[in-house]
Design a protein. Structure first.
Ligand SMILES: [Mg+2]
Length: 245
């Protein structure tokens, strides 16, 4: 259930007891006009590595982005990554997703549609996205296109995101990936803490709270999370504080 989250900052992390799961865009870094234009602040990878060590390895990044992109933004972070909503991972025992879809043809259709409508297409290793941030008035047009593509590709499902519609493998969700990981080393026996800013994060926020952990909504908007941080800068300060005690 989505409710109005109070503007209450979460209590401090307890690295000895917590398993920390962090979304990337809009949570650790500010959303950029284009997905490839994200600015990664100096020192972010170092804070994540410090916290990863303090948590006994129980810290993972969980993103809808392709894992390779995520890794390229944070070359000095060598901890676990979950990409493509759980369809890809690094350093974790996740089964991943199949390739039943003709991705080259799908990507070509997205590029064609984006070029014809002054929008941005994003090719993903397991799907594709159409971004309308540059033309918010094109939301309905973009949605209609995404729904048309879903009808043609039954293995994919529609994932609305911030100013974008994404097609992802039907089985891949962040919370499903976390459910598979939670009872495995190094996460088992720890209290899950999840931070995210988008609709794709809501099931994972709820999951963390159902397991006795913390769900932290980042930024504005309704959420089922009990806690809130105002934006990526506040998130980075909160994470940094946990490395300094
Ligand atoms: Mg995000």
């Amino acid at each position: 259930m989505t409710t109005d989250t109070p503007n209450t900052a979460p209590p401090a992390l307890v690295p000895g007891e917590d398993a920390v799961f962090l979304d990337f865009d809009g949570t650790l870094v500010e959303i950029a006009p284009r997905p490839d234009a994200v600015h990664v602040p100096d020192g972010l990878a170092e804070v994540l590595m410090d916290l990863h060590a303090l948590c006994g390895g129980a810290l993972a990044l969980v993103s809808g982005r392709a894992m390779g992109e995520l890794a390229a933004f944070l070359p000095r972070f060598t901890g676990p990554l979950i990409g493509s909503h759980g369809a890809e991972s690094r350093g974790l025992d996740l089964p991943g997703a199949g390739h039943a879809v003709d991705l080259a043809a799908l990507h070509a259709r997205f590029v064609e549609f984006a070029n014809a409508n002054d929008l941005l297409a994003e090719a993903k290793p397991h799907g594709a996205a159409i971004h309308f941030r540059s033309r918010p008035e094109a939301e309905a047009l973009a949605r209609a296109f995404a729904e048309e593509m879903i009808a043609l590709h039954p293995g994919l499902t529609l994932q609305p995101a911030k100013m974008a519609f994404e097609l992802r493998p039907a089985g891949a969700t962040k919370d499903a990936a976390l459910r598979q990981l939670a009872d495995a080393v190094p996460f088992a026996g720890r209290r899950p803490v999840y931070l995210g800013d988008d609709t794709t994060d809501e099931p994972a926020l709820i999951w963390a709270q159902e397991r006795g952990g913390m769900g932290v909504k980042v930024g504005e908007g309704a959420s089922a999370a009990r806690w809130r941080l105002s934006g990526p800068q506040a998130v980075r300060a909160w994470l940094t504080a946990a490395t300094e005690t």
